[in-house]
Design a protein around this ligand. Structure first.
Ligand code: RBF
Ligand code: MG
Length: 311
């Protein structure tokens, strides 16, 4: 799949595409509905399909001090869009220039002139342009003026409520990864490069862990989770992980530490993607390392049970 940038020329074969327009962080059910419709329309019109995304997130531009809130990295989004059947990902590098562009200019300059788009598909709550001045009605109106077909896809509901990135974040913060999984249609997954830790997990606790940083990801509730870990986007291992600051140790360091079941090998420097499946318990302080080690063994047994693995 090709990765395009809004301020760079786009290859000839991708001009005249149908564009799914939005942020698509998380690529939850609602996002998937928008992209599916864009793909159907692209098929019908015999046009390529481009899925847009923003990086950095516009909210980051306006509120730089906000705590991390991303549900996916750009690399993860690219894989999800490719898997859905898109031909290319278009990255809007959001900064002062885009923030200052009003809705009419965005349609005329970006969608029509630069992309030559044949169609644009959004969610029905989409807003765009300076001060979020444009909505789907304006997009349809401006589109008509330029011969650009604009469609807005209805929200997807789960349990009578709209699926949204905000609702996924709330579930994660509440220690309810299963609700996040239902909305995302996959486990919330944190990807990173394995760092060298203190080696204590393997040496003292009989539980070697692969450690990654949480980067820009939305922090889920700190605690212990059953997980599935993909190595280099290929093999997958079940496991148990702790996410948090490790209150047993000083100084606190925020990490995701995953123990992979039935795996032995060196993971340092390798990319892993850790899917959070079940929340087991919060992080705690124990009176001794033995007590922590004993509890970690129980956590591993519990994770095996939750993931329906043989003991
Ligand atoms: N650290 C804590 O300070 N408190 C905990 O409750 C805790 N639980 C853990 C449970 C599991 C399953 C794993 C893999 C790690 C846990 N840790 C916890 C982190 C542990 O202290 C760390 O992996 C080792 O010290 C190695 O750095
Ligand atoms: Mg470790």
């Amino acid at each position: 799949m090709q990765r395009l940038y809004h301020d760079q020329p786009i290859p000839e074969e991708l001009r005249g595409a149908v564009v799914a327009l939005g942020n698509f962080d998380g690529f939850h059910l609602g996002h998937q509905a928008v992209v599916s419709r864009a793909i159907a329309l692209g098929f019908h019109l015999r046009r390529p399909v481009i899925v847009a995304t923003f990086d950095p997130h516009p909210v980051r531009h306006f509120k730089p001090d906000l705590p991390p809130f991303r549900l996916t990295t750009l690399d993860q989004r690219e894989r999800l869009f490719a898997h859905a059947g898109a031909d290319a990902m278009l990255v809007f590098r959001f900064g002062a220039e885009l923030a200052a562009m009003d809705a009419e200019e965005f349609v005329a300059e970006v969608l029509v002139k630069r992309l030559g788009a044949a169609g644009v598909v959004t969610g029905d709550d989409f807003s765009f342009g300076k001060g979020r001045g444009g909505d789907v009605d304006l997009l349809a109106k401006l589109g008509q003026r330029h011969g650009l077909k604009a469609e807005a896809v209805t929200q997807v509901l789960i349990d009578g409520e709209r699926v949204s990135s905000g609702r996924v974040r709330e579930a994660l913060v509440a220690g309810d990864p299963w609700s996040a999984t239902r909305m995302l249609t996959r486990a919330y997954s944190i990807e990173g490069v394995v760092e060298r830790g203190d080696g204590r997990g393997g040496a003292e606790l009989d539980c070697p862990t692969a450690n990654i940083r949480l980067g820009d990801y939305q922090r889920p509730a700190y605690g212990i989770y059953s997980v599935r870990v993909r190595l280099e986007r290929e093999e997958e291992y079940a496991g148990v992980a702790s996410v948090g600051i490790r209150p047993m140790f000083d100084p606190p360091v925020e990490l995701l530490e995953a123990n992979l079941f039935d795996f032995s090998g060196d993971l340092y420097g390798r990319t892993i993607e850790v899917g959070l499946h079940h929340y087991i318990r919060p992080e705690m302080r124990f009176d001794s390392m033995e007590a922590l080690a004993a509890r970690m063994r129980e956590d591993a047994a519990e994770a095996r049970r939750l993931l329906a693995l043989p003991a």
